[in-house]
Design a protein around this ligand. Structure first.
Ligand SMILES: [Zn+2]
Length: 327
């Protein structure tokens, strides 16, 4: 565990995913102590979180706040066990709370879609495996639903809730005015840029639009860009991200992230101008060949969704295949 500021500790938890291989959990040793994000919730990581709390000089039973940056499993999976052990209360944005509390339902709903759609057997098996894993995640109620502008009072410091939808709809950053520090969750990472994927109705799985809820592909790139710009008005010296190292150059990190997303969007527009318009060809052109079919398709749909929202691109569906073209 690393002390990243007076009273702030960063605990690095390994994750079983590709792409993001660890999660930063932050422990705030304040009058009313808090933990930000809790990991995937397996026994080993829960024990590490509790040990980290102890090493930060906080008695587990004194933990008051279990704050969740957003509704993705590796951020809330440990909430139930940490809450049971500490008696702390779970805080999350209202939209994140809905998604967390309805998590298993959403996974089951997705299972029905997967059963029905045509896809290679190995893809189906892989998705089912992920689903079984998700059904084992323990879910607990969110005790306190927060919204933009709320202040979470830790006694010796206050965290201002900043709603930053984009990576997910219920995503929040937490601004510590005193330290001029921002806990960014997955909104701004220590390195690289976060996944902002969209299910685009059913396009992700080749089913008709607006069918069912689509798991964690609930990002919105248009909102994401606006949420990034929103941060530029804050006075920040450091960011404490959920993945990657702490950054002491926050505005650069934010503008690099914005630029990266914009340049990929420009590339996508070029691809459409070149006349490629079926989804699979666009995905291949934008990301090359990869095994992470859903990840890259979701990311591509994230860009397309933004362009459709802006009226720059229109789409059509023919026999379950999605086509996009510039207006
Ligand atoms: Zn996330």
């Amino acid at each position: 565990m690393e002390k990243v500021a007076e009273g702030v500790y960063r605990l690095v938890l390994p994750l079983p995913f590709r792409g993001t291989d660890y999660l930063n959990v932050y422990i705030l040793e304040e009058e009313k102590p808090a933990v930000i994000d809790t990991g995937i919730g397996d026994q080993v990581s829960v024990e590490r979180v509790l040990k980290g709390v102890d090493e930060a000089g906080v008695k587990v039973g004194d933990l008051e706040y279990i704050i969740t940056t957003h509704e993705h499993v590796e951020h809330f999976g440990g909430n139930k066990d940490v809450k049971d052990k500490s008696g702390g209360e779970v805080f999350a944005h209202t939209l994140a709370a809905d998604a967390i509390e309805g998590f298993h339902e959403a996974v089951l709903e997705l299972g029905k879609i997967i059963d029905r759609v045509e896809m290679p057997v190995w893809e189906k098996e892989r998705l089912k495996l992920i689903m079984r894993f998700n059904m084992m995640i323990k879910v607990t109620k969110v005790d306190c639903r927060v919204k933009d502008g709320d202040k979470i009072d830790l006694g010796s410091c206050k965290l201002r809730v900043i709603h930053t939808p984009g990576h997910s709809l219920g995503h929040i950053c937490l601004y510590d005015e005193e330290r001029k520090a921002l806990f960014t969750g997955d909104h701004v990472l220590g390195e690289g840029t976060p996944f902002v994927g969209s299910g685009f109705g059913g396009a992700l799985y080749g089913v008709e639009r607006d069918e069912g809820r689509l798991w964690w592909f609930d990002g919105d790139l248009d909102l994401y860009m606006k949420s990034l710009e929103k941060l530029l008005s804050l006075e920040i010296d450091r960011i404490f991200p959920a993945h990657g190292p702490v950054s002491t150059d926050p505005y650069r990190r934010i503008s690099e992230t914005l630029e990266r997303k914009k340049s990929r969007e420009r590339r996508l527009v070029e691809i459409l101008q070149e006349g490629r318009n079926d989804l699979e060809a666009i995905v291949r052109e934008l990301y090359g060949q990869t095994n992470d079919v859903y990840l890259v398709r979701g990311a591509t749909l994230g860009y397309l969704n933004k362009l459709v929202k802006e009226g720059k691109v229109r789409f059509s569906v023919e026999k379950g295949k999605f086509y996009f073209e510039l207006v």
